[in-house]
Design a protein around this ligand. Structure first.
Ligand code: G3I
Length: 324
């Protein structure tokens, strides 16, 4: 590895990772990487609707508060994920019976309670996650839109802004780098929110990407998002090096070098944005050992900058080179 102290020591913008709270609590090497390397932190799951609000009348803050305390002790920014998503909802929400006023009350109460609880501690929020479908339209398989109409997004941002006027509010979605249809839908939505005066401050590009997406496509995703004038967050970065999900694949030196080059190119593009628009780069978890991608594909995967033993990979050096 290159002789740098940490990512946070060399990056001119926040560098973050999404974390699994159980691992943060129990695995020393995991915690060590988080405390030394990163200046921003996100909960991979602990701030989702079902985790925070498991029944209509109960909130469970334990894990999320643990993360916030950890962040404060280590001088890290907290980026909140996510207030409103069609996925990972508790049964009481998916089964909720009520008219549009009752649904509005449910949405408003959740957003207001959560943002108020973390006011002054969570610097920025993914207010709405993945509202756009593969055709570039508002997703129909989404209880929020089904019960509240297209403008639920506007109101979600307004409720969040009212609960914490200082929080930076993001729309977060995937696919800007691999689908121009998705990208157009996402940018049209964001521009429409802006033109209606909705308090939106940034775009989250999830960037669950892979070796078969060119650096040029990734750069296009970043620069077109920045062209909206909003802040840009590379919010869930991981780079799959086994996009065909080959069961027998191994992580060769050639793959490690190719991955390094992709991390470097992405970081260089991001660094070139106007400083005020750089919300940061967040990877989706820390080390290959814990990536959601292994579960998702049931195949070998090594998408992150740290290896199974929490050691720096060539991908890590790629980020550092991209920053220098
Ligand atoms: O915690 C329960 C456990 O008690 C239970 O026994 C087990 C059985 O299924 O499930 C555990 O919950 C799982 C949870 O991860 C924690 O491990 C859920 O089933 C599983 O669906 C959940 O997956 C998460 C997924 O979002 C859905 O919320 C992944 O960890 C997380 O990486 C993934 O993250 C998403 C972002 O939020 C949005 N963008 C895409 C990204 C990847 O899918």
């Amino acid at each position: 590895p290159l002789p740098v102290a940490s990512l946070r020591a060399v990056a001119p913008f926040p560098v973050g990772a999404a974390v699994n709270i159980n691992l943060l609590k129990t695995r020393a090497a995991y915690r060590q990487v988080m405390t030394t390397e990163y200046s921003s932190i996100t909960a991979e799951n602990a701030m989702k609707f079902g985790a925070l609000h498991p029944s209509a009348t109960t909130y469970n803050w334990t894990d999320a508060d643990y993360l916030v305390d950890f962040a404060q002790q280590n001088n890290m920014r907290v980026h909140g994920h996510t207030l409103l998503w069609y996925n990972s909802l508790p049964g009481w929400v998916t089964n909720f019976q009520g008219d549009s006023m009752a649904w509005e009350n449910l949405m408003r109460t959740h957003i207001t309670t959560v943002v108020t609880h973390f006011r002054g501690k969570v610097a920025s929020w993914d207010v709405v996650n993945e509202a756009i479908d593969d055709a570039g339209n508002l997703r129909t398989a989404n209880v929020w839109r089904q019960h509240l109409g297209d403008r639920y997004i506007d109101r979600a941002f307004q409720y969040a802004a009212a609960a914490d006027p200082a929080a930076l509010l993001f729309y977060n979605d995937y696919g800007n780098e691999y689908s121009t249809t998705r990208r157009t839908g996402i940018l049209n939505l964001v521009n429409a929110l802006k033109s209606r005066g909705v308090p939106i401050h940034g775009i989250g590009l999830q960037m669950h990407t892979s070796s078969n997406i060119s650096d040029a496509r990734i750069a296009e995703a970043i620069t077109t998002a920045a062209a909206t004038g909003l802040k840009v967050h590379v919010a869930e970065l991981d780079i799959s090096m086994n996009p065909n999900r080959t069961a027998t694949a191994t992580f060769t030196e050639a793959l490690a070098a190719a991955q390094k080059a992709k991390y470097k190119a992405l970081t260089q593009t991001f660094k070139a944005l106007p400083p005020a628009q750089r919300h940061g780069i967040t990877t989706w978890n820390v080390a290959d050992a814990d990536t959601w991608k292994r579960t998702d594909c049931s195949c070998p995967e090594w998408p992150l900058p740290f290896d199974d033993n929490y050691q720096r990979k060539p991908a890590y050096d790629g980020i550092v080179e991209g920053l220098q």
